[in-house]
Design a protein around this ligand. Sequence first.
Ligand code: ADP
Ligand code: MG
Length: 227
Amino acid sequence: MLEFRQVHKAYATPQGPLEVLAGVDLTLDAGESLALMGESGSGKSTLLHLAAGLDLPDRGEVRVAGHAISSLGEASRARLRRETLGLVFQQFHLVPSLSVFDNLRLQARLAGREQADWTNELLERLGLAALARRYPEQLSGGQQQRLAIGRALAPRPALLLADEPTGNLDEGTADEVLDLLLTLVRDTGCALLMVTHSPRVAAPLDRRLHLTHGRLTRPEVGQDACP
Ligand code: ADP
Ligand code: MG
């Protein structure tokens, strides 16, 4: 589903190049879930951006669903994102001028009856059925993020990329939203790469990796256990 081979990425800064990824190797199979952990500034979001084809590596290869993203033009990368990937960020990405229903409906790659049925099913599963006619600003933070997760999963992506998806929520709400995300991911057979610095959030996923000094490592023994 996702493969990084000796991926290097540096940013130009006034102090000279800042090497963020220094030979990252990663394989994520279809349906598998992986937590990407690491300190603030360790390059987690950079890695996710590369996985989404929003940026390209300086060296090495990133493959998404078998496609080497560096060999694709911008339009093909955008298409791959649309057809294969779902993205969830810490900020809730919603269209403020659309109702809850339409925020979901317009992301579904379906038409007519099928589109309406799938949207209604998602609304139920997100616990937002009673709020279908509301607008995003009329929702709580947890409800907005549930809607954002629904939007990301509405096109039935094969891979969901999530960058600290519960980072803006209080702990109780974060747990609820995380449970929902993991349940939906499991039920749709979607693979998941989730950035989090919280061991508690990472615990239920299949695997955990740490990004340190530009490389991925397994957590120390003991750290990998559920808290
Ligand atoms: P994380 O998500 O783990 O907090 P990031 O991937 O956002 O880390 O950033 C890694 C490092 O790269 C940080 O030091 C950050 O300041 C720097 N960085 C991120 N994006 C850019 C950019 N566009 N230009 C210059 N430096 C950047
Ligand atoms: Mg980040």
